[in-house]
Ligand binder design. Structure first.
Ligand SMILES: CC(C)(COP(=O)(O)OP(=O)(O)OC[C@H]1O[C@@H](n2cnc3c(N)ncnc32)[C@H](O)[C@@H]1OP(=O)(O)O)[C@@H](O)C(=O)NCCC(=O)NCCS
Length: 140
């Protein structure tokens, strides 16, 4: 599996991002213009998985990760997290963090399997629908 930078707007990437945020198109355009954000994808003819990292100081935030439906449970999400960890380590970053909807069992299992630890709950962090966020981190 090849993980590569995503440097231009892509409809499939926007659709995948819509699994994480309300307006995937708008959010993708904003990330592409954000100098602190780096976007990565897996392509099999089309973009079938995305990873968005936000860098700041000695911590990087996993802003979004999504894998298309027919490629799930094949280790793609795990490979993206491992790629993120290796990239951050190579840049001297000591910690990866993320927030996730408290009800997102698939993502929480993925993060726990990848060595992330829950450190906090942010009450009603999300809207539409309102929901707590679980905050996870992993030391690198
Ligand atoms: C969360 C997501 C990225 C996982 O991607 P994935 O490629 O399927 O993950 P992996 O195949 O690497 O799974 C690794 C482990 O995570 C856990 N896991 C993944 N999906 C799961 C599910 N639906 N239910 C329970 N556990 C799950 C399992 O322990 C799995 O290992 P196993 O398959 O050996 O049992 C994917 O389900 C997705 O894109 N969801 C929609 C977008 C989203 O919610 N993103 C997170 C918030 S931005």
């Amino acid at each position: 599996m090849q993980i590569e930078p995503l440097s231009a707007f892509d409809e499939d990437a926007a659709r995948l991002l819509s699994l994480c945020v309300r307006d995937g198109k708008r959010e993708l355009k904003e990330y592409l213009e954000n100098p602190a954000a780096e976007l990565f994808c897996v392509k099999k003819e089309r973009v079938c998985a995305i990873l968005i990292l936000i860098f700041g100081g000695d911590t990087a935030d996993i802003a979004d990760i999504a894998v298309c439906g027919n490629m799930r449970r094949q280790g793609v999400g795990t490979a993206l997290l491992s790629y993120a960890a290796d990239l951050c380590k190579s840049r001297g970053i000591s910690r990866l963090m993320l927030e996730v909807r408290a009800s997102n069992k698939a993502a929480i299992s993925l993060y726990e399997r990848a060595g992330f630890e829950k450190i906090a709950t942010r009450r009603r962090y999300y809207s539409n629908p309102a929901e707590d966020a679980a905050v996870f981190w992993r030391n690198l």
